[in-house]
Structure formats: C-alpha cells, structure tokens
Design a protein around this ligand. Sequence first.
Ligand SMILES: [Zn+2]
Ligand SMILES: [Zn+2]
Length: 467
Amino acid sequence: MPRPLLASLADAHRALATIDDVAITDEALAALTDDAVLEALDRAAAVRRLVDARSALLAGEVARRSAPHLAHSGLAQRHGHRTPEELVRVTTGSSRHDARVAVRAGAVLIEEGLPEWAQALVAPVTRGELSTAGLEAIRSGLGNISETVSADALASAVGALLADIGALDVDRLFRRARQLRDDLDVAGIADRERGRRDARSLRVFRSSDGMTRATWVLDPESAAVVTDLYDRATSPRRGGPSFLSPRDAELVERMRADDRTPEQYASDTFLELLRAGADADSRALLSSGAPSVRVVVTASDLSAGTGAAHLEGQPDPISLPTAQRLICAGTQTAVLIASTGQPLDVGRSQRLFTARQRVALSVRDGGCRWAGCERPPSWCEAHHIDPWGSHNGRTDVADGVLLCRHHHLLVHNNGWKVERHRRPDGIDDYRAIPPASIDPQRRPIPMPARAEPVRQVLPAARRRSAA
Ligand SMILES: [Zn+2]
Ligand SMILES: [Zn+2]
C-alpha cells in the first residue's frame, strides 16, 4: 500500500536535513574526484525533480481549491491572496516564475489536466526522470491537436521525446518538441508564416517629451534582414568578431574611439541607410548587393517543393515557397543540406542574374511587370520564370521578369505563375497565370513592359529593317 504523501515528504525532509552530518566542508568538497562532483550534482538534480513534482502536485491542489467559481471561499482568497500562484509563492518563499511553473505543472498533473495523448508524460515526472519545466517545454513545444496533426501523431512524438529526456536539457527539449511539431505540421508552417507576415507593422508616433518613437514589429523574414544589418552596424562595439582583416581592425578601432553609445550608433547607422536608400538610383535593381542572410534547406525538400527551410538566426521554420522566393530573388544565399545532415553546397543552386543581366532587365521592363503596378526597378527583384529544378543551368534574360517584392511574393507564396509566350514575330510576351482559387479557368493576364526606352526605340528600328 502506498504511503501517505505527507509522511513520505516528512521522511524525505528528515533524510535531507541530516545533510549537516554529511561532510560538506570545504575540504571534503575539494577532496572529491571530478567524477564524484558531477555524480553528486546529478543526484541533487534528481532529488530536486522528485521534490518539484510533489510541489507541483500540491500547488495544483491549491489551485483546484482556489478555483475562480469558489470566489471568496476559495483557499487562496481565504488566506488573503488574489491567486493560487500568490499563495504558493508566499507559502514556499519561491519566485513568481517558480510559483507559476509549479501551479501550471500541477494543473496538468492532477486529474484530466493533460490531454490523452500526453498522459505518458505523467509517470516520468512523478518518478523524477522529467522535470516539471521539461513537462511544460514538451507541452508547449508540441502544441495541440489540429486538423492536420492527430492525437496519435502527437502521442508518438511524446514517445520519441521521452526516449531522449536523459540527454536533453529543457531548452533543447523545447526546440526538439517544436521541431517534431513542425515536421508533423508542414501545412501549418505556411499558415503560421502567413499569420506572422500579416502581423508586420511599423508605427511612428510623437511622444510628449519631444521625441518620436517607432514601434517596428517584424516577421521572421524581415527580422532576418534587419537583425543582420543591426548586428553588422554594432557588433565590433559589442566585443565584435575576433578574426579581423587590417581594414576591419582599423574600423573597430575607430568605433571604439567613438563616444556614442551602441544604441546611438545603431540609430545613426539606420538613419544613414535610410538616407542612402532614398537617394538610390531608381534604375538599379533592389538587393543587387551581396546576400547576407542564409537559407538552409535540404536538397530533397527543395527539389520536391515541400517541407520546410530555415533562415539563419531565426528560430522557426519558413515554408518552402518562401525559401524558393528568397533564393530566386538572390537576397539570401542557399545552403543545401543532404539527408545525412552534411552541407552539400552553398549558393550553387542559385540561378542569379548577373549585374549586366539585371541592367538589361531594368531597361526591358522599366519596373514591376505586374499589370497596374508602378514600382520602379529599385523596388524590384528579378524573378526566374522557370519552375524550380527544370532549368538547364543557364540563366537567360528572357527567363526573367522584374517583380516588386509584393508581387514576387504573390507568385511564390500565393500560387500565381509567370509564363513566357514567344510570338511569331519573335517578341516575348509575359503573362501572369492566377491560381485556380482566384480564377478556376486560370486565364492568363498580360504583363506589359512599361519601359519607355524600349517602346521608343523598337518601332522605329522595326520600320527601318522592314523598309
Ligand atoms: Zn521568383
Ligand atoms: Zn509590383
């Protein structure tokens, strides 16, 4: 018969309290071998997990007795506290964060707090093999069942994670759980990505102290670009790279001698970038500079067009269409990974237009070719019209059209397609084909070039050659 909880905790407390009898003097600690230190640390952590699990169960019970419907007669309120977390914190002398973790873990450990597919997590927690923080990491990393992710799939993800709990700390456990979820939920990746992209915003408002503030909410794709610029603008001042060319070293020296704070420096740098951008040549194509952020993707996912990719420095995966668009635009370098995890290739999958071809495209198209779009070349990326993988290694100007970022996104992420159609007189027409969700018949929409020079020079030349 199991012993009552209170008696067993009292025994455990008594056993641990005898720690005074155990040699923990400076000399005794110093005399331990390295292995003994690590083993003792591991044991102490195991004890802590056992104690945390019991604490969580009790915190959960406190929460149950303080349920909102009990109002003033609830346990917490009777003791003069607004919430069970507050009562737990005051009773145990723990931090706000620890009290919250205990109550939350307790809530899922007692009774039906955990969904059916996660029940396998309870026993390892009560046995002290999985910490309450680890339980929370797995729960939040795996998320909930959805249309695309079944309870069975999540249950087997739990099984896979439990096999690894000895080797993974809480942070890694969370990342691994999130990764398993993403593997199960490839369709969800594109949805989450769209949700985040829709949530992007920049607001500028004046405050009463005469300053103007900006709140810039960035989706991961925008953040990858901005944080890269920010890091490059400020990193030498924050301790910076340790391998430097003489020119870099000189720059670092100059920056160190600068008496601006890193925040002031960053502000000035972004302002200079904006000024330079505003003055930029409107005929020069967007993002013709060196790509600085990397897209990591497996070769098999890239050629199949399904799965997910990662932006260097961003925690969540991006959808395959987004990876293909970034690679198409040449703003990001592609790093291909084999199924063994070995990097295969850097950049070679990219069919980038050369600087001269970009000039040719600017002259031919005069800006975004989408019907009605007025963006000049400096807002545009060169889109490669060949579907992925069907190219023969050649990048021809005829295979490219200029699209502004917005319309480039429509093509890759919203199912549009650009087609080239060669007329009998040898002139190429480009046409946008809408997805079936917009036009079931997918009727092509012409994409006329807006470029004045070509329009002016061509008819006259044709008349001359015909004469
Ligand atoms: Zn493209
Ligand atoms: Zn456009």
